[in-house]
Design a protein around this ligand. Sequence first.
Ligand code: ZN
Length: 252
Amino acid sequence: MLRHSDWGEADRLLSLYSREQGKLRAVAKGVRKVRSRKAGHLEPFTRVNLLLARGRDLPLVTQAEARDAYLPLREDLLLVGYASYVVELIDRFTYEGEENRSLYRLLVDTLGRLAAEHEAELVVRYYEIRLLDLLGFRPHLFHCANCEREIQPEDQYFSAELGGVLCPDCGRGRGGVRPVSQSALKYLRHFQRSNYANASRARLSPGVARELEILSQHYLTYLLERNLNSPSFLRRVRSQVPQPDPADELEV
Ligand SMILES: [Zn+2]
């Protein structure tokens, strides 16, 4: 379940990402009534088994049974923020009726990792890299996206327009590019070629974590041609949660 909105007097319009049909919308009748048995199973982020019947305009939910409610994602504001971001990206990047089982798997795994309280920042950065892969926007990280020379271990540039890293020669003085530090690039490459078990051994320093966050949001926003909603929510929540002292900014 990606999100829901009120529909008529007592109904809800659900936006779902399904294993079989990709993204779809459905109507759940009467779930806003106090006594509705389906209601508890139809909350955002929940993984749910649904029976759908053909409706007049949209499919109707006839049965709903939660398989995984990911409760921690409801109880912790910061996790709500991360889960909303994960769900918003899937919602924005996909079209209704396009099956993509790998994307479904990635979504389920990512929500599961957040709920299991793995390092959220890392879970989300890894998710972005895999998502870009599955959507066909895998960024070039090993060869310059302009001259194709092999990227050397030094500070570089990133071009959203060319979809990857530019060597200093191609990036310097070019409009629309962002600097990317050698350490941020190291993590991006590591995430791109690792499975989650290996990627999750990385320890991001707060400085690199911020740089990666800004860089991926720059690229994702460019691809979507519009801003995302959830990052500003996440920033607001984060500003109220004590952050690690910047003096800890050591990389290990
Ligand atoms: Zn180049």
